[in-house]
Design a protein around this ligand. Structure first.
Ligand code: PEP
Ligand code: MN
Length: 360
């Protein structure tokens, strides 16, 4: 991995020439497990070793973490490897213990970020700390809740803040464990460009075979770092077995990842981009022009329907259009998902236009 990107605020202190990496098992299981994985990650791009000590489980009965004793193991791992240590905290008691054991990075899990009471309790317990504090996105796709968590910590005088994008839960089964909804993280990045943004491909995918692909997507979107669950025996891990990678696989991911530059100021790049962007601008104008024309026709249709006293929505006709456009779109390299979204939006606008005419 190589990185030309300018790192921001607290990340600068790491003086990295590559994205920031947090890695380690989902859960601390035994002292041997913690030490063995930490040693395998020691001489790599990893800056922070992660291990869950208190595990929030969706349903009771799962492994709920080893608790305080795990903090002793992390302390030992830090002494032996020099890696910084990170763990999840979910309440004031966790914070107190983590600080007592000098944990370097504390993160707030997705099931905690959703709860403003819990966030405030944690912010109060952490007030003024010089530790790095990272806020995972809430389980539901709500940007304000995510930002609210960050704001509570910021207001408590915590300066070394960052966010972790771990995806959002859905009722339907998808290829992801938690769908990324990239636009939410991009919006956050636009609003707070100085807040380091870290991808958690492990909890987004739930599948070790998809880690590289999702991490690459994040780096292509200028993310600052990654947190990747790593275990020497993933299949027998006590939690999140399917998504953990071995230290060897993690190091291969570092080799395979391509880090993009934020920009290139060379003449050649600028010229090529200017030409292509001019092209895009012209095409966008044409798109708007065509859409405007399409809506004028919709107005006329509205008038004809009004004169004949016919309802606006003609379901069979609409389904025919959609089916045809999906096929046409495919020929032009457009995904079915995009064609559906686009035509639904166009249809909605068209109905709005017709409704105006009908009810004039
Ligand atoms: C974890 O990092 O192991 C974890 C529990 O993550 P999340 O809060 O994203 O579910
Ligand atoms: Mn996990």
């Amino acid at each position: 991995m190589e990185n030309k990107k300018e790192m921001r605020n607290w990340l600068n202190e790491f003086n990295l020439t590559h994205p920031f990496v947090i890695a380690g098992p989902c859960s601390a299981e035994t002292e041997e497990q913690v030490l063995k994985i930490a040693h395998e990650l020691k001489d790599s791009d990893v800056s922070v070793f992660r291990a869950g000590i208190w595990k929030p489980r969706t349903r009771p009965g799962g492994f709920e973490g080893v608790g305080e004793i795990g903090l002793k193991w992390l302390k030992k791992a830090k002494e032996e490897t020099g890696l910084l240590m990170g763990t999840e905290v979910a309440n004031a008691a966790h914070v107190k213990l983590a600080l007592e054991y000098d944990i370097d990075v504390l993160w707030i899990g997705a099931r905690t970020t959703v709860n403003p009471f819990a966030m405030q309790e944690i912010a109060d317990a952490l007030a003024g700390t010089k530790k790095i504090v990272l806020v995972k996105n809430p389980v539901n796709p709500d940007l304000s809740l995510w930002l609210g968590g960050v704001e509570r910590l910021y207001n408590a005088g915590i300066e070394k803040l960052g966010v972790i994008h771990r995806g959002f839960s859905t009722y339907e089964k998808t290829k992801y464990r938690n769908i990324p909804e990239w636009q939410i993280a991009i919006e956050l990045q636009n609003k707070f460009p100085d807040l380091p943004l870290i991808i958690d491909p492990s909890h987004i995918t739930g599948d070790r075979n998809m880690i590289l692909e999702v991490t690459q997507e994040a780096l292509d979107l200028n993310y600052d770092g990654m947190i990747i669950e790593t275990h020497y025996d993933p299949d027998n891990a006590w939690s999140d077995a399917a998504q953990q990678v071995t230290p060897t696989a993690l190091k291969q991911i570092f080799v395979d990842l391509k880090v993009r530059k934020v920009n290139d100021v060379s003449e050649e790049f600028t010229q090529k981009m200017t030409k292509l962007r001019t092209n895009i601008d012209i095409l966008d104008e044409n798109l708007l022009d065509l859409l405007g024309k399409r809506m004028k026709v919709a107005d006329e249709i509205g008038q004809v329907k009004k004169d004949a006293n016919v309802a606006i929505l003609q379901n069979t006709r609409w389904n025919e259009i959609l089916g045809k456009m999906i096929l046409e779109g495919e020929k032009k390299g457009l995904t079915e998902e995009f064609v559906l979204k686009m035509f639904k939006a166009i249809h909605q606008e068209s109905i709005g236009h017709q409704e105006k005419v009908l009810n004039k």
